[in-house]
Each structure stands twice: as C-alpha cells, then as structure tokens.
Design a protein around this ligand. Structure first.
Ligand code: HEC
Length: 173
C-alpha cells in the first residue's frame, strides 16, 4: 500500500534541515497509511450484498479460460449508460464469478454520492466502493479493496468501469 504515497513521501521541503524533515515525512507517512487503511476498512463495510441483484439486468457474460462471469446491474444504471451520462447514485453492479463451472465469488461495485470522499485522489474511483463476497454472500475480508480500486482507476474516462460499452449495447425488453 505504501506505493500510493511514494510520491508524497519523496517530496521533501527543501529548506528544512534533513533530519527534521525526515522525521516529519515519516510521521506524515504513518498518518497517511493509518488513515487510508482505516478508510479501506470502513469502505469494506459500506457495500452490502445486493440480495435482489438478479431482478436487475443481466447485461453481459465474460468468458476466458475456465472463468465465466455473469454481470448484472440495476435498471437505472443501465439507462444512464445508454444515455451516455454518469451512472447515478444508487447504481450497483454485481458479478457472479464462476471457475470451472462452480461459483467462486461475487464481486460488487456500488456508487453513492459522497462515498469517494474519504479516499486520497490517487486511489479514489469517483464515488464507487468495491467489495468481494464469498459464495455464501458474506464479505470476503481476505481480498484487498485497494487492489480493486487501483485497477479500476485506469477506467476513469469510462466511469471506472470496464464493461460500460456492454451496458450501452444491451437490449432492454
Ligand atoms: C487487475 C485488474 C482488476 C482488479 C484488481 C479488479 N478488477 Fe474488476 N474488472 C476488471 C476487468 C478487466 C473487468 C471486466 C470484466 C473482465 O474482463 O473480466 C472488471 C469488471 C468488474 C465489474 C463489472 C463492472 C465493470 O467494471 O466492468 C465489477 C463489479 C468489478 N470488476 C469489481 C471488482 C472488485 C470488487 C474488485 C476487487 C475485489 C475488482 N473488481 C478487482 C479488472 C480488475
């Protein structure tokens, strides 16, 4: 996790004696790390398993090797994608992740106004939060939410989504 702050840590105030500046930088780093991990732990608890996700829209299937992913989103999220506007607060995207035909996990992204505010800009994905759930739908605490965020951040021009185009092109009945 330290890598997110490497840039900040190396930016040393130039006129300070080195030793003092070093201490401040280390303290600052500890504060940032503590703050970020607290944020991630809290973030971990905000997304609840969307029990009714199957009532939303099954918008695509992704298959590669022994992996099959079934993707669902609520109707409001799909409608916004189709209109080319940012997905609204309350959007929930759920992925069933199968390995060799067996349900391996669920992963979920949920957007709520203001949810991104606790994250540093380097990590923040707009107002999206991420969570991984076991097949029994309980939170999987072994999965690093910061990894989710750093990978999805690359999609910032697509509302942090990899499958926005599939949402746009799904046919609604
Ligand atoms: C290394 C990159 C990477 C990481 C890490 C990652 N994802 Fe993704 N995610 C993807 C890609 C790529 C897709 C598109 C589907 C595919 O190709 O499998 C995707 C799709 C999704 C989707 C469907 C919406 C979309 O963006 O298309 C959700 C929900 C999702 N990921 C949640 C998560 C969660 C939660 C985590 C962490 C537990 C996570 N992801 C970690 C790359 C990543």
């Amino acid at each position: 996790m330290a890598s997110y702050y490497d840039q900040g840590l190396s930016r040393r105030p130039s006129r300070m004696p080195h030793r003092r500046a070093g201490t401040l930088v280390v303290l600052g780093g500890i504060f940032l790390l503590f703050h970020a991990s607290a944020a991630l732990t809290q973030g971990n608890d905000r997304v609840e398993f969307p029990q009714d996700y199957q009532r939303g829209i099954h918008y695509t299937t992704v298959e590669r090797g022994g992996i099959r992913e079934e993707l669902f989103a609520n109707r409001e999220a799909i409608m916004a994608a189709k209109q080319g506007i940012p997905l609204p607060s309350g959007s929930v995207i759920t992925m069933e992740d199968y390995r060799d035909g067996r349900l391996f996990r669920y992963i979920v992204m949920e957007k709520r106004s203001g949810w991104g505010e606790r994250y540093p800009e380097t990590l923040r994905n707009g107002d999206w939060e991420f969570q991984s759930f076991q097949p029994d739908r309980t939170v999987n605490r072994h999965e690093s939410v910061s990894r989710c965020m750093s990978c999805h951040k690359a999609q910032s021009t697509h509302d942090f989504l990899f499958t926005l185009d599939q949402m746009k092109s799904v046919k609604l009945d």
